[in-house]
Design a binder for this molecule. Sequence first.
Ligand code: ADP
Length: 632
Amino acid sequence: MGDSRGRVLAVLRRYCGYDSFRPGQADLVDAILSGRDVLGVMPTGAGKSVCYQVPAVILPGLTIVVSPLVSLMRDQVDALNDSGIAAAFVNGTQDAAAQSLVLDRASAGSLRMLYVAPERLETPRFREFASCHDISMVAVDEAHCISQWGQDFRSAYLGIADFLSCLSRRPVVAAFTATATERVRRDIIGLLRLDDPMVTVTGFDRPNLFFDVIPASAKAKKEWMARYIGNHPGESGIVYCSTRRQTEDVAAMLIHRGIGAVAYHAGMDAGERERAQRRFITDEVDVAVATNAFGMGIDKSNVRYVIHHNLPESLEAYYQEAGRAGRDGEPGRCTLLWNESDIVTRRRLLESSEDNDRLSPESRERVAASRRRLLDSMVGYCRTTQCLHRYIRRYFDDGDPHVEGADRKCGMCVNCTSTRMTTDVTGIAVAISRCVHDLGQRYGMGRIADVLRGSKARDVIDRGWDSLPSYGALSEVSSAKIREVGYQMASEGLLAISSGRLPVVGFGPQAVRTVDPAFHLEMSRLERRHAAGSAAASSGGGASSGDVDEGLVERLRALRRSLAAEASLPPYMVFSDRTLRDMAHIRPVTDSQFLAVSGVGETKLARYGPRFMRLIRDYGTGHRTEVGGGDR
Ligand code: ADP
């Protein structure tokens, strides 16, 4: 065993450039190599690909990787080849001749890995190829696509088990996914017909990510984004919006302020999308402003921040998107901008979504109920005052036995780095309750605020509301404040807000509390220590940041960009941001020093080592004095 362990680590080192496995990886690799099926459930960025790449190098035959992400295949294959692993893909973007060429190479034994979309497995040509070829492993990426309970069901995934059974020898099957509830997990195991698989679920926490939640009006959101992005030039970021229109508006707003940005959404034609994606991946522009169509096909490891301009439909969706920040392990910042009307919009969308025509009324209701629950967890995330890392961890329930003391501050989320100021809003709450009563639980928050503030508006007077007991009771309080307290009352069950197109405010299940003489309500507000923004980048949550020469990092980055252009690769594939920082820290000038940099294997050493070492040598002798440090 010791020996094979050494072999495995040597492969990890040589082809991936890493000294050690991350949590979960070693167990999965060992199981695969011993011939056992596996299911790896790991969050985005945890390093699923290493789990099948390392065995693919070691196993005698070919590894087939099934992935739904055709747009990613070229990049993945380029990156593998750049690391010295012979890989190729067959998919519909190639003509028949090109496809045959790839299969010929595979037949000749000159490929280690072959990427295909699930539909390919059903074609006679591919079946014929596979049945007479030595296939050691089939790795199924995004395995949750097999389940109708997940969000991305792909019926072609159901054909994988069939494909496996037509092979002369059954290969080991390794399934991977980032999102799997218990139910989806059972589907994956059952429908792929995994044979007594080893199931590994690794922690869902991402300690290098700083989580921030900011309540903001639509206008404040734009201002915040423009300021934050403007303060982080040269860093890659993604802004998620919920509609195509918004992505275009936000991108235009950023461009107007001189920030390089592209919009990306499913309404663009394939060519435009491809171009937008390229410009982002090659670091030509800093920011991609996208709907959730973007991301399934993106694998950029140096995304430093993800901003949500709207509320996602579930914490799963949020975490998957936000998790695209900091995949290289360097600090990343995930900011959720939200307001009450986002919640109303989301609820409305839920009620009106009718993509389940084929389901029976009962199943439809079940799906709707489950969607409501998913949304509630997202809303809970916006409102919670506890540590956000902890909230996420508990939600995904990673079974971490080292549950820390509830009071320890994580230092990596807004709730643990800001102080709260609480104000007593009992009087306002009681007045709102009275007004809801006076209006017979038939109107929305806006009308309630009008009455309480003693509005002289025509329709208020015409309806005779100026003679209601609660009229003018809060004439000194702003309408925004009244709404804010009202929404908090709703979240505590004191009020209930209907989810129709014109939400009506009524009493909630806890409403009687407001007439109890001991009733007391406080509202807490975060006092931000910094102008929201710079905390994560400068707090150095990631391991290798800290005292490196930023001027040198800049130079390394520029060199990376030109080498990437020469090799027609995205820059982060040449080396990750983390590797560049480690390089700036170690300042290698010999081969063995260069190999000690995290993320450098032998192929990369041979390919890029000399140019980087020359730069480092020159920098050391000539440029020590002009350390820029730039924007930080
Ligand atoms: P996933 O597919 O789980 O989202 P990836 O396989 O793309 O994640 O890996 C995310 C990042 O982590 C990549 O930049 C990868 O090179 C890096 N990585 C993976 N395994 C390791 C490791 N053992 N040590 C250091 N970095 C790693």
